[in-house]
Design a protein around this ligand. Sequence first.
Ligand code: SF4
Length: 65
Amino acid sequence: MRIQVDQDKCCGSGMCVLAAPDVFDQREEDGIVELLDAKPPQTLWPDIREAAAGCPSWAIEVDET
Ligand code: SF4
C-alpha cells in the first residue's frame, strides 16, 4: 500500500489523525495534513482505509497495488 495526501485539498478536519495517528498528523500552524508514513505496515491498512473514506475533502489517495 502506498499513500499520498493532497495538502491543497485538505481542510484540516483531523479525521484521518483520529483514524490512523501513526500515519497522519496535522501541521501545528494550520492543521493541514502531514503524511508520516507513505508505505505503512499491513496491520495499519484497515485504519488507513477508514481514514481515506472518512476524509471530507477526498485528500487521501490509497494505492493498494
Ligand atoms: S481527514 Fe482529510 S481533510 Fe481532514 S485533516 Fe485528514 S486529509 Fe485533511
